[in-house]
Each structure stands twice: as structure tokens, then as C-alpha cells.
Design a protein around this ligand. Sequence first.
Ligand SMILES: Cc1cc2nc3c(=O)[nH]c(=O)nc-3n(C[C@H](O)[C@H](O)[C@H](O)COP(=O)(O)O)c2cc1C
Ligand SMILES: [Fe+2]
Ligand SMILES: [Fe+2]
Length: 392
Amino acid sequence: MVRLSERICYVGVNDTDKVLFEGLWPLPVGVSYNSYIVADEKIALIDTVECGFEEEFLTNVREAVDGRSIDYLVVNHMEPDHSSLISYMLQEYPGLQIIANAKTVPMLKGYHNVPEERVLVIGEGDSVSLGNCTLRFYMTPMVHWPETMVTFLEEEGTLFSGDAFGTFGTIDDEVVGPDGTFDQYREEMMRYYACIVGKYGTPVQTALKKLSGLEIKRICSTHGPVWEKEIDPVIALYDKMSRYEVEKGVCIVYASMYGNTAAAADALAMELEELGVPYAIHDLAGNNAGELGISGALRDVFKYDTIVVGAPTYNNGIFPPAETFMKALQARLIKGRRFYAFGSYTWAGASVRLLNEMAASLNFELLGDGLSFPQAYTREKVDMKAVAQLLK
Ligand SMILES: Cc1cc2nc3c(=O)[nH]c(=O)nc-3n(C[C@H](O)[C@H](O)[C@H](O)COP(=O)(O)O)c2cc1C
Ligand SMILES: [Fe+2]
Ligand SMILES: [Fe+2]
């Protein structure tokens, strides 16, 4: 338990064991599931944590409430990393009333068999008084589930934002990040956004506009540090990413079976290096794939204005890891990017044409026809110097 103010305590946990978040996204620096107690004349618990942390969570909560009972559990978001322990908490605190919006009610029933009578249903702009302070609720649908909402503790300017403004990475004992914390978490915040929230740029923009009228002095999200000192850069990053705004640079993403497409990718990276063009390079296949896999590539898609994809032809199609990447771009409605494709084949090339078709479906600007080359990579056959000139 960590005290954030007279009323607010952090009661969340760090997870350093989970390998893949949502079964998909690597966690090299872990993740935290944040939960908060607001204690006034009445006590509210804001969200819970992932299952497996029952003991640690309950110990934190007990320390924060100091023998008192809990009146309300505010459910901002039903994804199980925050809602898993709802049944458990209802057992521990039988008098607990759940505060949630109408879209949450059937989810509470379906996941935890919570009867409707147990839920105080609130809507946009409604508030609940805890005595000397007020919790006000704002709906933020599709950030990143339909029932998502945020809770604002008005007297302390504290926004319990759910997954919004969240980041991968465990947090240290202070919980509140000192100056410089944003820089430390920036890459993981971008990767979290790109992987988890990336599809929902428009709903994030709607939510940001709605919240822009609030005087926010503290952001308590469900993942990562509590923000007090660096609120502006955190909001600015979410704003920028949800507008799909990028810097000049190239994100090279490739997958290769026998190394020929890989050699072409490396050659391109070398040429870009020589030209001084900012770039990132991600191998999606085989033993050389980076520890972040596709999640690192998606992060950098939100960083740079040019996407270059390399994939050999595979059964008249795109070598599957690269096709999965293209589908991930489609799923995230990525827009406003420049695109180039390359790849090796042996008897009838198809991957480059198909990659271009997928890119065209996203209205990307194609920087030429791409480079489909037969069999081995050689410098003579594959002119990456010329490609780098196209991309710069
Ligand atoms: C299972 C499998 C399916 C393939 N399908 C095709 C194909 O449909 N058309 C083609 O021209 N080459 C096909 N190839 C050949 C590869 O495209 C070729 O070996 C290429 O050079 C591999 O590039 P890489 O070294 O980057 O992995 C296939 C190879 C494998 C192993
Ligand atoms: Fe979530
Ligand atoms: Fe979450």
C-alpha cells in the first residue's frame, strides 16, 4: 500500500511473472495492475487487479482501509486484468456495492454472476458523494472496450483513467513518478498504446476532448506510474498517437525463412544509416526475432511515417508472419503512411504484389512497385541504395 494523499491509497500490484499480456504481447519489464482506495466518510475501491494476486491485493486493501468496511467498488473497465477479483472482493466485503454504467451490468453478470440489485448504475456526468468529496463519472466508450469509463475525484483533481494513459512496465515503491519518469516509460507507453488501444484513435480523441475541461492534477491509470509531475507529456503522447501523427523515418519490418529477404532488409538499413534517415528494423520470424516481436514493430509504426515490409513468397502468398503484421495494421486502421515492399521468391513471386494490395487497402502512399527478386540476395540483383533514395 502506498499513500498518495490523505484520502487516496495505491493498492495495486506488480506482475513480473506474466510472459505475454493478453496472451500476445511480451512483457520484458513486467506490468502493474493498479487499484486505488479513496477513503472519506465512505470508502470506495477503484477497480481490482488480475487473479493470482489475491493475498497481496487484500493485504494492501486492508492496510489502506484500516479495519473499516468498503462501501463502493467502482468498475471503470471489465477487462479481466482489472476485474478478475470482483467476486473475491464481494465475498471479502459482503456490504460492497458496485458502481458501474449500464454497459457494464451484463458483463458483471456474465463474468461474476453479480445480480443487478448489487449495482448502482450511473451514467455520463453522474456523481456519488463519499461525504466530503465527490466521484464523478465520464463515459469513454471504446477506450478500449465499450463499457470503459473514467472516474474523477473532483476535490483532488484526480483522474482514475482506467487503461487510458497506461503503460507496460512495473512501478517502483514510490508509485508516483519523479521528473524524468515519462522519458523512462515513453517507449513502453507507446508499445502499450500501439498493441492494446491502437485501433481506437477516434474514441481516444473523443475522450481527450471530453476530459480537456477538467483540471487534472493527478492521473491514476490502471497500468504504470501515477502521474503528477508529467501529466502534460503523458496526455500529449496519447493525443499524438491517437491522431496517428508520426515523425519522419522508416520502420523496416521483415520475415525470412532462409535469410535472403533478411539480407535485403539489412542492406536497406545500412543504406538508410548512410543517408542519416532515422529508422527501426524488426525481424518477425525465426530465431533472430527481437524479444518484442510484432509488438515492437507496431510501436514503431506509430513512430515513423514510412513502413517497409519484406517477405518472401510462400504458397503463392505472403510469408505468414509478415501477413499477420499487415493484418495488425489493418486492424489498427493505420493511416497516412508511405509504404514499400520487397521480398525473395523462387518460381513465381506474389508476396510483394499482395503486400502492396494490403497497403493500398489502407490508402498508404506506395513508393513505387516494390522489389520482388528471385532466389538469392546479391547486391547486384537487389539495389537497396536506390530504394533508400526513394524512402528518404
Ligand atoms: C513452404 C514454402 C512455400 C513456398 N512457396 C513459394 C511460392 O509459392 N512461390 C515462390 O516463388 N516461391 C515459394 N517458396 C520459395 C521461397 O519464396 C524462396 O525460398 C525464397 O528465396 C525464400 O526467401 P528467404 O530466404 O527470405 O526466406 C516457398 C518456400 C517454402 C519453404
Ligand atoms: Fe483493458
Ligand atoms: Fe488493463
